[in-house]
Design a binder for this molecule. Structure first.
Ligand code: CP
Ligand code: NVA
Length: 302
């Protein structure tokens, strides 16, 4: 049976295996240079991308396969062909599809109608491929995942949802601090607590200091996600006390790492002092997108 990655929950039982394979692929890239020989990956992007597109496209080349970038503007989807027909047709040509969509329901519809694996390349609800690379980065830097305090300070958005679920799966404590009105959705918190099953903590707060206190990892993301441009002014006001800056990170452990899925906005969600400072691992994190995405494709497509 083909497997998809629509939600990070889809790899709940083999998340650690994929992360470990990512580390192995990073160490021995040559060993995997023919792992997907002759296979093709379709990449549909409704929104811009630097890291996701490049990591999957280069990853596919490094595994001996080939990737095709498709913008809905150029696809018949842009002229009204249904997602169901698109899924069925692409399945006759390619061995996997990645999809960056505005609407989570569209990713589900693509996965349900494709006979090849579908990977969510970010939508309004989740960004699971990012989180595999992030957990791999934390493991690389800290030597473990279980028992760490991972704190997300910012918008209760797609990245936060996947990171919270990912932390629950691997047994890390997850704290999230957001301003009133921008908290992570209760249904995901409930799901994460169910997954954590009492073995790790999932804490939701409006207090950034509570989240930052003794944190091993401080993570943030943009305040204004793609598709929310009209809310820019309102959100920037609401989030101003949630900036990751020198004062806030003083509360974290001395050896905390700073993470950001990128792209970043210096002076808004994070200061240059932090993102360009000694605790920041954002570029290793970005590089790990490549290794983690290769592991993910090997797992789902070979
Ligand atoms: N972090 C991330 O997904 O970046 P891109 O939008 O550049 O793909
Ligand atoms: N939350 C951001 C992540 C970008 C990688 C967005 O959806 O735009």
């Amino acid at each position: 049976m083909k497997r998809d990655l629509v939600s990070i929950m889809d790899v709940k039982d083999d998340l650690m295996e994929i992360i470990n394979l990512g580390m192995e692929v990073k160490k021995n890239p040559k060993k995997y240079s023919e792992a997907l020989k002759g296979k093709s990956l379709a990449m549909i992007f409704e929104k811009p991308s630097t890291r996701t597109r490049t990591s999957f496209e280069v990853g596919m080349t490094q595994l001996g396969g080939h990737a095709l970038y498709m913008s809905p503007r150029d696809l018949q989807m842009g002229r009204g062909e249904t997602i169901e027909d698109t899924a069925k047709v692409l399945s006759r040509f390619v061995d996997g599809i990645i999809y960056r969509a505005f609407d989570h329901k569209m990713v589900i519809a693509l996965a349900q109608n494709a006979t090849v694996p579908v990977i969510n390349a970010l939508d309004d609800v989740e960004h699971p491929a990012q989180i595999i690379a992030d957990l791999m980065t934390i493991l690389e830097k800290k030597g473990k995942l279980k028992g760490l305090k991972v704190s997300f300070i910012g918008d209760g958005n797609n990245v936060a949802n996947s990171l919270m679920l990912g932390c629950a799966i691997v047994g890390a404590d997850f704290y999230i601090a957001s301003p009133k009105g921008y908290e992570i959705k209760d249904e995901y918190v409930t799901l994460a607590r169910k997954v954590a099953n009492g073995k790790s903590k999932i804490v939701v707060t409006n207090d950034p200091i509570e989240a930052a206190k003794d944190a091993d990892v401080i993570y943030t993301d943009v305040w204004v996600s793609m598709g929310e441009e009209s809310e820019k002014e309102k959100k920037e006001k609401a989030f101003k006390d949630y900036q990751i800056n020198g004062n806030l990170v003083k509360h974290a452990k001395k050896d905390f790492i700073f993470m950001h899925c990128l792209p970043a906005h210096r002076g808004l969600e994070v200061t240059s002092e932090v993102i360009d400072g000694p605790n920041s691992v954002v570029f290793d994190e970005a590089e790990n997108r490549l290794h983690a995405q290769k592991a993910l494709m090997i797992k789902l497509m070979s």
